[in-house]
Design a protein around this ligand. Structure first.
Ligand code: FAD
Ligand code: NAP
Ligand code: SF4
Length: 681
């Protein structure tokens, strides 16, 4: 049989380092990096990825000094004591045949710390702290601190250092006129703004380059006003090569940019053409990154000459065994990251340990363990409901060796999650369901669809897990029973195709998703639904100048006309969309605004009739929205009828996911609860 992924799995040399393959696990701040007491958990996290054949692991960003802290007392490499503590991590990775790079990251004005320092004293829009401007001597000391950190990385047993020069952190801040207003030797013209990153790399290569690979992560497009042009990027790349850098990683967009770079609505490998352009101009190996989430996409980028290595970060939270499965020709078992950011980046920004919506064991490798059940205790388990909670319970219980039957009344797996994948930008949710389907087969779960379970159906099972989820909540104003007042489930399932003017009741996550669906979904007669967006459309819609000839690579945004006129309503007076994800909510809100959706908080619903939906506004005034349909997205209620009937019949079933608590339910909680329950069965 031909070797799957021959390029991705082939070795590559980066400076003094030879890697077993071209797969890089990109840097992620895990929340375990910052405290010595978490070293064992951090080692376990990296070990699980190294054991599964990742070529090079890059750690979360580690500051060279206090002024570069991401957070107060955050991860820093400044003493021999710290370096010696890191040995636990590097030894664990090496024991699995892996290689590991320490990422050196000075946060600059992104530091969430009163001690933050930057090229100029300009506050960033994403941190409450105004940084102090580094003095000229302070810049020189910063170079020394990078060198010290690199030497300590060598002492700690790292194989490489990655110098973080993208995403709008300190070195990127020095490069851009937006943030570098200095008049000394480290600012002014573009070549003087390049001076610090080049000097850092020159000195680090000089200090450790014979022993460690030195990688610089270069920003290919800043996506902010007064950012770099492509000429600036190329000039930097050439100067870095001249001072001996061993490889170039790539980054896209600053954290404060208002263009999504890795969210689910970004097409896969959307930024690859920039990486290919860079590679054509340099001799050192180049790594592609950003919104690459499968080994097949990675292989394609190597085959078409885009890059020499491929970095994926979040995909290794979703599935640590991604490389091993791909190498064994079992890619269909990979749990592919759906780019939701919910349990990873949103958690980081909330100062919590990262994990993954699809893999709650990520970051909890030592705590959430699926121990095998001895042969004599292999009980028969009925799991009722194949939404995220039931799927996670069934897969994890079967992994432990329990005999699992999974029931669902529907004719397909997925529950509410199946509706989510109809939303533009959430198409990849389908991959998660396909992976669950495959994992059920591989683990021998007996799946019975189209089976509405009653207590008599589960009499012979030792344990019953009720994962019957939620049902949409109904509303009760006059006219609610009109056939033009419909639930989100009917609309997303395609049972109802709303007319050109629609009111959406409820502005939670589902109301926002349904509004997005309505403005994208073509009307009847327009020949069906739109699929995932193309890269060209995506870049045009978000105003990206692909040539990066303008500073920061920004262009005028050009959005297609919305398919419908939509009003999005809620009773609360708070800002609409305030409860959306920390790292994704802004993009959803921009999409709503770009599509002309009128958002009205603080309403009460009076009635629906042929004139439309009658509202009372917060001012007390009345308003009629002349709509063809009303789509109700007013939350959900737990579906507990099976549970109640089982209890009435004297059984003690387990309850999990939305069937247990519907308030603030999402797939992350449903999957986490299912996995945790399975670990205890
Ligand atoms: P459900 O998904 O409701 O599954 C319950 C299952 O039980 C159903 O398949 C049902 O058919 C079955 N069932 C019920 N009774 C019986 C019975 N008696 N016998 C047999 N089978 C039965 N969450 C996120 O985290 N991120 C998102 O981005 C996101 N986007 C969403 C977008 C949309 C449009 C929607 C609708 C939801 C979204 N969600 C999202 C929410 C997420 O899908 C739900 O929180 C999750 O599906 C709840 O999981 P569950 O397993 O508890 O219940
Ligand atoms: P939700 O977030 O609870 O929102 C329900 C909405 O309905 C609220 O806007 C609420 O606002 C309104 N509402 C509640 N009761 C009502 C009533 N009786 N009449 C009229 N309006 C009523 O729930 P959801 O939007 O259904 O989402 C369900 C879960 O899925 C959420 O936990 C969400 O996190 C998750 N989800 C997540 C994403 C994501 O991108 N992360 C996307 C979709 C869903 P008022 O009470 O102010 O009117
Ligand atoms: Fe990917 Fe979402 Fe998991 Fe983060 S939480 S790794 S974005 S699937």
């Amino acid at each position: 049989m031909p070797q799957p992924l021959p390029l991705l799995l082939s070795p590559v040399t980066v400076g003094p380092l030879t890697l077993r393959n071209r797969v890089v696990m990109g840097s992620m701040h895990t929340g375990l990096d910052d405290r010595a007491r978490h070293t064992d958990r951090l080692a376990a996290f990296y070990t699980e990825r190294a054991r599964h054949d990742v070529g090079l692991i890059v750690t979360g960003g580690c500051s060279p000094d206090v002024s570069g802290w991401l957070l107060p007392f955050g991860s820093m490499m400044a003493t021999r004591r710290t370096a010696d503590r890191h040995r636990a991590v590097t030894d664990a990775v090496h024991a699995e045949g892996g290689a590991i790079a320490l990422q050196l990251l000075h946060a600059g004005r992104y530091g969430y710390s009163p001690l933050a320092a930057a090229p100029s004293s300009l506050k960033s829009p994403i941190s409450p702290f105004r940084p102090r401007a580094l003095t000229t001597a302070g810049v020189q000391r910063t170079v020394e601190h990078f060198v010290r950190a690199a030497r300590l990385a060598r002492r700690a047993g790292y194989d490489a250092v990655e110098i973080m020069g993208s995403e709008g952190y300190l070195l990127n801040q020095f490069l851009a006129a937006r943030t570098n207003r200095r008049t000394d030797a480290w600012g002014g013209s573009a070549d003087r703004r390049r001076h610090l990153p080049v000097e850092v790399v020159r000195r680090v290569v000089e200090a450790v380059g014979d022993d460690l690979a030195v990688v610089y992560r270069i920003s290919l497009v800043d996506l902010v006003e007064d950012g770099q042009t492509w000429d600036d990027v190329l000039a930097l790349a050439h100067e870095l090569e001249q001072v001996g850098v061993h490889a170039l990683g790539t980054g896209i967009g600053w954290h404060e940019a208002r263009v999504p770079t890795i969210l689910s609505q970004v097409p896969r490998a959307a930024w690859a053409s920039l990486t290919a352009r860079l590679r054509a101009h340099v001799d050192v190996p180049v790594m592609a990154a950003n919104r690459i989430n499968t080994p097949e996409v990675a292989e394609r980028l190597l085959a078409d000459g885009t890059a020499d290595l491929v970095s994926m970060a979040r995909p290794f939270l979703a599935d640590p065994a991604l490389v091993t499965k791909a190498a064994a020709g079992r890619s269909d078992e990979i749990m592919t990251c759906i780019a939701c950011n919910q349990a990873c980046l949103d958690a980081t920004f909330a100062n919590r340990t990262v994990s993954c919506l699809l893999n709650p064991r990520a970051g909890r490798e030592t705590e959430l363990v699926l121990l095998p059940v001895p042969e004599t205790r292999r009980r028969a388990v009925a799991v009722v409901g194949a939404g995220p909670a039931g799927l996670a319970t069934a897969v994890a219980a079967a992994e432990r060796g329990l005999r699992v039957t999974l029931f669902d009344a529907a004719d397909e797996l997925g529950g509410q999650f199946r509706l989510a994948m109809r939303v533009p930008g959430k198409e990849e949710f389908a991959h998660a369901l396909a992976a669950y389907d495959r994992q059920l087969q591989v683990r021998g779960v007996d799946v019975r669809l189209r089976t509405h379970v009653r207590p008599a159906d589960v009499v012979g099972y030792d344990d019953v897990v009720v994962a019957t989820g939620v049902v949409p909540r109904a509303v009760a104003f006059p006219g609610h029973d009109d056939p033009r007042v419909v639930s989100y489930a009917a609309v997303l399932a395609g049972d109802v195709v709303p007319g050109p003017r629609v009111a959406v009741i409820g502005a939670g996550g589902i109301g926002v998703d349904v509004s997005t669906f309505l403005v994208h979904e073509e009307l009847p007669g327009d020949h069906g639904t739109s699929g995932p967006e193309t890269v060209t459309h995506f870049l045009a819609r978000w105003g990206v100048d692909e040539t990066v000839s303008s500073p920061g690579g920004l262009a005028v945004r050009s959005a297609p006309a919305p398919a419908r006129q939509v009003w999005l309503l809620q009773r609360k007076t708070s800002r609409i969309g305030a409860g959306l994800g920390r790292t994704s909510g802004w993009a959803h809100r921009m999409t709503l605004r770009d599509n002309g959706i009128e958002m009205i908080p603080g309403v009460s619903y009076d009635r629906f009739d042929d004139a439309g939906l009658h509202l009372t506004l917060p001012s007390g005034a009345s308003r009629v929205l002349p709509v063809d349909h009303v789509v109700v997205c007013a939350g959900q209620e737990s579906e507990r009828s099976l549970y109640d009937a089982l209890v009435a019949a004297g059984r003690t079933p387990y309850l999990v996911g939305g069937a247990d608590v519907c308030a603030e339910l999402d797939a992350e909680r449903a999957i986490r609860e299912g996995t945790e329950l399975a670990s205890r069965l």
